[in-house]
Design a protein around this ligand. Sequence first.
Ligand code: ADP
Length: 887
Amino acid sequence: MEFKVIRLFVLFVATAKAQVNPEVCRYPLGMTGGQIQDEDISASSYWSESTAAKFGRQLLFHFYFSVSLCGQISLPERSSHCFYLFFFRLDIGGGDGAWCPDIMSEPHGLKEYLQVDLRSLHFITLVGTQGRHADGMGNEFAQRYRIKYSRDGSNWVSWQDRKGQQVIEGNRNAYDVVLKDLEPPIIARYVRFMPVTDHSMIVCMRVELYGCEWLDGLVSYNIPDGQQMIYRDLEVSFNDSVYDGASAEGLTKGLGQLTDGTWGLDDFLHSHIYGVWPGYDYVGWSNRTFPKGYVEMIFDFDHVRNFTSMKVHSSNMFSRGVRVFRQVTCFFRSDSEWEPGPVTFRPTPDRVSQRARFVTVTLGDRTAKTIKCRFHFNDVWMLFSEVAFQSGSAVYNTSIGPGKHPKNTLPVDDPTHKVDDSNTRILIGCLVAIIAILSAIIVIMLWRQVWQKMLEKASRRLLDDDLTARLAIQNRAFSFRHSSLSSDSGSTSNSTYERIYPLCADYQEPSRLIRKLPEFANSTENLKSSSLCTAATASGSDGAPHYAEADIISLQESSDSSITAVNMSPFTGTDPAMREFPREKLSFKEKLGEGQFGEVHLCEAEGMQDFLDEDLSTEEISKSPLLVAVKTLREDANKNARNDFLKEIRIMSRLRDPNIVRLLAVCVDTDLLWMITEYMENGDLNQFLCNLRLNEAPDEDKPEQEEEKGDSISYIKLISMAVQIASGMKYLASLNFVHRDLATRNCLVGKNYTIRIADFGMSRNLYKGDYYRIQGRAVLPIRWMSWESILLGKFTMASDVWAFGVTLWEILTLCKEQPYSQLSDEQVIENTGEFFRDKGKQVYLPKPPCCPDTVYNDLMLTCWRRNAKQRPSFQEMHAQLQESMSA
Ligand code: ADP
């Protein structure tokens, strides 16, 4: 018996679901658990009695639980801590530890197979393989294998992936489980695993199948061949590319895309699936080749059923001549004759929405084993991506044939499946062992937390002392002492500040910023001579926390509001932007938006002028009352959110640049925390651009007249916005400040297309679709992130440059779609892997139509260079963009 731990990040992939949900339908079908009985596992041959088919069970328990590496046991509200999913693997021997075919009996070993009979039709989404274990002595495994399947035991189909590849990469050693997603999934009762090998090598396999019972009971559908549409010179193929039946004069005796559990997107030119041709998700026909005005489909089922409804997923892109069918007429047959009285159904025509949809056709509890449906055209084209049937459970229970599982139950419930007693004992033993390990881990974590609390208390005492000193001295330079102290207690800051990027301290940006801050510049001379200076300089080493976080530590540690207020006061006294503004002088006008922390409101601020720096006292601003944006922290915010909010305040108060949003004052005298920033009339850049179209024909006679007309914007204006962002980022880069979340959604637009970079708190709400959640671990804007940020957790100026490239792309596409919109989150991560491997397989964002070749090749693409050192600096990009404006 042996324990091994495999640490896996479980990636959540949002794919479309049909009636059978392939995301959920991933239960082990009983090789491991014993629900599949020995007599249902057979093989073409076996090497010896001890490697017979029945030993081909994958012996693995997936047992997982979340462990916080940051010392938190309960999952915090934000994804602030480092949860990993652990899979515990447990191997128990049996026979000689696997099924091994007698490859000598068949010269090339190509026809050897291990066969599993599931006793009823199943929807199989995943397979797992292992090699021969034999208590650690085995060393045989299948590096590659193929799968064959059958629904009736006589017609066998070779499984192939969506690119036509049949061979599956298997194991690299004898003990690890290799899981393979079956894309497309299989609907079958019998499955054969066929190792691909030559006779020089002995192979052994243990296997598991994952999926669920196929409740539709559909065993085949017959349909006419899907056809091809030419749309604006584009060939759009609506063939059923994964159909597994015969294909002479139409498709017969098979299943395919209409039952693969994935439905098509609204726009049939696009697909959830990566790298496929336009129209891939749909099977479709044009009325020009159907003189009778309908398409006939025949559906065969495993046995006679009582049908309540049929759901047909159909496109309704009427702007391209595609509509949901006008009418469907279904005929029913239980034996050889079609019954009289077909069912006719007419969906309500939808001339408004072009969304693809499921149309539910009620079948009135008709009994049948075969259904024939005629779908009548309502436009030139009719496109289907999925068909599903619901039939009454009464039929499920009464019509179980001999040797079949009752439907609607997992194999585990099947009383005919008796689990071997000896195995049960081992299982119980193992579970007890696992529980013991878990308890030990929990105790260790609790102990860590207690220890951490003690550390925090100790460092808080230090900080409190320090703050008292600061109050007394009222000297800016002193804040560096504070920072350095905080950084000295680095373990505290790292452990409590692992929010979005929870990998380890190495990934926190090494801060040398303290020395670059304006206040430091002022007081450098003072500091040089003082002992504090030594501490501050020392804190500039790589081990120091982020410059903003360093100061915030004092705030975050004070979870209780009274301490917060005390801690805030020294800041409000020293930093103009941190000055407390009287709340009663703010009058709320309207809600501007909603962020992670709470709402953002437009307010009039009476007497704000007195709070402004000289550089802000323009004529506009000297009007009273002044319009400002007030960002509020929601009342029920937890400690983490509160700390993040304070962190954003701290960061913003230090930044002074025309292209960085300006913090004017704060209201932190009570539990309700507010920050007051300048009001940006046009909201965030993403929404701003999204509502505009490109003004493609600027008036050549008046080139200087760049006035934008109504809802359009010129290319020059777009580039001028990019120049401003580059300028703001240049400023941040000069401070060694890494933004980590640069995107159009985080830039604000004021009057005259003024842009200011905002969002220093990595907050999100409205745009949560832009962020990717690795289960229990982190929320990341992966579509804007460099490969090294995603894979190594490394955030640098060069990764901000990468994000700038994506932001520039957003601007030049007027934010009409999300970057890599045709890729799922998982595919974006796969693509990141390609950037890392650098084999030329990585996909880049395409050149926006209005983007000149030079800007795309010499600027945008250079932001996405694999080698971070070869990416341009913001200074270079700023100059380059300015130049491109004047060119
Ligand atoms: P969070 O950072 O917490 O997600 P944001 O700061 O992004 O919240 O604010 C949410 C929304 O409020 C923004 O998308 C924007 O539309 C609006 N908003 C925020 N700050 C301002 C501002 N200074 N001026 C105008 N609108 C703003």
